[in-house]
Design a protein. Structure first.
Length: 264
């Protein structure tokens, strides 16, 4: 799972900190199928990335920042002049177009005792394991429209759009950034398929062919319905004619004079 995260090196005035080449990674396909989607991107959480930047008597939290790939480099800073992380929101940055917004915050993953990947195959444990290992950006479809929402808003991403992400380690008491990763490589959400490009396996017919086929199916249905109605009508007329003939035959038989027997 954390195959992408590498070892730590000495940096920043001789202290151990995260390797400057570390960056958020797209979640492994074995754990996050259909990733990215039209509006979400699942990332691996930073296991064992910031452990050597942690002090025993301090508490920490991780911020996840997101921005569109089109945002200019000068707007990619995630701290102010006093090294405090920005509280920029999705709205303020126009969905990451003007710069990074805070998409999530969560506890530092426990590198010493991570969840067992083998438990992913257990129906009762899979959801909890994936929640500990992964974070899905764009997974909250209601926070933008909920007036009572007070947390960090993680609204859906835009389809067919490139995003970049960064993890930041923050000391909780003073609210000061202690460490950070690089921005991720560009990751693009999926695009909406046009009707003409719909893959209709196994035929792989286009959208126009699907429409034509649908129309033909309706016409065949109407033709069969009309034929059935015509047959039913013919059968009913035949039965009516048979009944009328029988009635006339009986009337004629009743009206014919009966032969009289001669007297002896």
């Amino acid at each position: 799972m954390y195959r992408h995260w590498v070892v730590f090196v000495f940096c920043c005035f001789g202290e151990l900190c995260a390797d400057q080449n570390l960056k958020p990674q797209l979640a492994a396909s074995q754990l996050a199928t259909n990733n990215p989607t039209l509006t979400t991107i699942a990332l691996e959480k930073p296991f064992c990335v910031f452990d050597n930047s942690l002090s025993p008597n301090e508490s920490y939290i991780i911020y996840l920042y997101a921005m569109k790939g089109s945002a200019v480099a000068i707007s990619s800073l995630v701290t102010d002049n006093s090294s405090k992380p920005l509280d920029s929101t999705f709205h303020q940055t126009r969905g990451g177009e003007l710069g990074p917004y805070k998409a999530a915050l969560f506890n530092v993953p426990n590198c010493a005792s991570p969840p067992k990947l083998a438990d992913v195959g257990n129906v009762n444990k899979a959801a909890d394991v994936l929640k500990q290992y992964l974070f899905r950006v764009g997974d909250d479809g209601t926070c933008l429209y909920d007036p009572n929402f007070l947390g960090v808003c993680n609204p859906p991403l835009a389809p067919d759009t490139t995003y970049r992400f960064k993890y930041v380690l923050v000391e909780s008491t003073g609210g000061i950034m202690k460490d950070q990763t690089l921005w991720s490589d560009p990751i693009k959400t999926r695009r909406v398929k046009l009707p003409l490009k719909i893959d209709t396996w196994p035929g792989r017919r286009s959208g126009s062919m699907i429409v034509i086929t649908s129309i033909q199916s309706v016409l065949v249905f109407l033709l069969l319905a009309g034929l059935l109605a015509a047959v039913s009508s013919a059968v009913m007329r035949s039965e009516d004619a048979s009944a009328e003939t029988k009635h006339v035959s009986q009337s004629i038989q009743q009206s014919e004079p009966r032969p009289q027997l001669g007297s002896e």
